[in-house]
Design a protein around this ligand. Structure first.
Ligand SMILES: [Zn+2]
Length: 173
């Protein structure tokens, strides 16, 4: 009969079997009539099995992890920083503006939003043309000749130019 490889010695296996037997038949055993919880997914394992205690406060641990991921973004994170988005637990500047304006400022800052180029990429529209005729990327929204223009520095403040630009695009993106 082929033997199965096991990390347990035969004495240990025997000891387990003896304990298992007592558990099954002896009503004085602490785990008598107890059935083990079936493990379904790795992610359902007890946190006791899969985690270690923190060495700092949860806030510090969370911020450290966030900054580590932020730093791994390289030039993208550098551009966000220039435009006023920083890895801190505080609101980005312009939060005193109406929500739609602040949302638009943040979309311009990170370069993600419902510009025509993105809408085309997402198969929501077939054309990426702006009203001015140029392809309407997120970067284009800051330079469109038919709208108020602004720079990354304007977005960081935000200056009057950035607010005018965000106000112009707030219902579109
Ligand atoms: Zn345009």
């Amino acid at each position: 009969m082929p033997s199965l490889a096991s990390p347990l010695t035969s004495a240990e296996q025997l000891s387990r079997k003896a304990e298992r037997t007592k558990q099954a038949i002896d009503n004085r055993h602490l785990l008598h009539e107890h059935s083990a919880v079936r493990k379904r997914l790795g992610s359902r394992s007890s946190f006791l099995d899969t985690s270690e205690a923190l060495e700092t406060t949860p806030t510090d641990a969370r911020t450290t992890e966030w900054q580590k991921q932020w730093n791994s973004l390289g030039s993208q994170a550098a551009q966000w920083k220039e435009r006023g988005i920083t890895p801190d637990e505080c609101l980005a500047t312009g939060h005193d503006q109406p929500w739609a304006v602040w949302k638009t400022l943040n979309r311009l800052r990170v370069g993600e939003g419902r510009c025509k180029a993105s809408m085309k990429k997402w198969n929501i529209t077939t054309s990426d043309a702006c009203a001015c005729g140029e392809p309407q990327t997120m970067e284009h929204l800051m330079n469109c000749t038919q709208a108020p223009q602004c720079t990354g520095d304007d977005l960081a403040e935000p200056t009057a130019a950035a607010l005018a630009c965000a106000n112009h695009w707030k219902d579109e993106i």
